[in-house]
Ligand binder design. Structure first.
Ligand code: TYM
Length: 325
């Protein structure tokens, strides 16, 4: 029997290369090693202000991008969180055993509260409990995520220990799986690449737009003139070279940047070509899929149907242990 793996992504409009390098690439790599369940977490996404008119499109886009990136629906489950209401049912139960103090420590809550000062709602605060429910309801053991989610997985483990101690052994402790690129910085070089900061390259960005975004991206800030020697160790774009360029190119750039034999413009052109080469097949597949709504909805509902069979068993075990049935 394969161990179960769960991960999720918010339908936030544009899936970017940070999501891809930090999480999705690992999902695709592990797809046959585990019994994989991938979730578009729409209930998490509604904790911040949004336009309801856009949400369906965002959900279908997220499905299309992920499938185009390699989540083959014949080899894994892909579904939408709200299609399986037991996630929120278990989240309620987990609410009752999660100390407020643990939630107050969550750095993502602190960051999001700053970004959404006008709407710090209870859902934003209990967000990690719903995330724990997502994972635990499938008794998942592996959770491939980027570094920003590790604190949430740690909390999920604490919740498991609390539940098991109070009601008897029920859930395994989930463990995060980090990629080599667990924290990709944004093109501004200042903050983590993220949708909300607009410092990203989308997975379905056109070649022209990739070139344009890279042309203004921040490199080694100490390199003021073309003739100055650069330092790839502090250059955010060199990190991207490590993930998109060929080994010989990476070695050469590492050397000639330091001796000013290559300038940032030329270096960015090489990176741009390599990113375009990696992303073009994903974009083409996405463009084909995204117009086939019936196909996408069928995959998402078929996935949810399989999930419902699993969660029915977990919820009846949980309720029995709690004396509710
Ligand atoms: P989300 O939608 O913000 O991001 C999806 C995945 O992409 C990773 N990621 C990054 N990795 C590296 N560098 C970056 N700049 C970068 N930006 C994003 C994230 O770490 C994540 O793995 N709360 C989750 C979704 C979620 C979930 C779950 C995940 C809900 N339930 C259960 C795992 C298990 C989130 O907001 O991810």
């Amino acid at each position: 029997m394969k161990k179960r793996l769960f991960s999720g992504i918010q339908p936030s409009g544009d899936v970017h290369i940070g999501n891809y390098l930090g999480a999705i690439k690992n999902w695709v790599r592990l797809i046959d090693q585990y019994e994989c369940i991938f979730c578009i977490v729409d209930y998490h996404a509604v904790t911040i202000e949004y336009n309801p008119k856009d949400m369906q499109k965002r959900i279908l886009n997220a499905a299309a991008v992920n499938i185009a990136s390699g989540l083959d629906p014949n080899r894994c489950i892909v579904f939408v969180q709200s299609y399986v209401p037991e996630h929120t049912e278990l989240a309620w139960i987990l609410n009752t055993i999660t100390p407020m103090g643990h939630l107050e420590r969550m750095t993502q809550f602190k960051d999001k509260s700053k970004q959404n000062a006008e709407n710090i709602n209870a859902g934003l605060f209990t967000y990690p409990i719903l995330q724990a429910a997502d994972i635990l309801i499938y008794k998942s053991e592996a959770v491939p995520v980027g570094e920003d989610q590790v604190q949430h997985i740690e909390l999920a483990r604490e919740i498991v220990r609390k539940f098991n101690t109070r009601y008897g052994e029920t859930f395994p402790e989930p463990k995060e799986i980090l990629s080599e690129a667990s924290r990709i910085m944004g093109l501004d070089g200042k903050a983590k690449m993220s949708k909300s900061l607009g410092n990203y390259i989308s997975l379905v960005e056109t070649p022209e737009s990739i070139g344009k975004k890279l042309s203004t991206a921040v490199t080694d800030e100490n390199r003021k003139r073309r003739t100055d020697a650069g330092n790839p160790d502090v250059c955010n774009l060199f990190t991207l070279h490590k993930h998109f360029s060929k080994n010989e190119q990476i070695e050469t750039i590492n050397a000639v940047c330091r001796t000013a034999e290559i300038g940032c413009v030329e270096c960015k052109k090489i990176l741009s070509n390599n990113i375009i080469e990696t992303l073009t097949p994903i974009r083409l597949k996405y463009e084909h899929l995204v117009n086939d709504q019936d196909y996408l909805l069928n995959i998402l509902h078929t996935g949810a149907k399989r999930c419902k069979e699993i969660v029915r068993d977990t919820m009846s075990e949980v309720k029995k242990k709690m004396g509710l049935i």
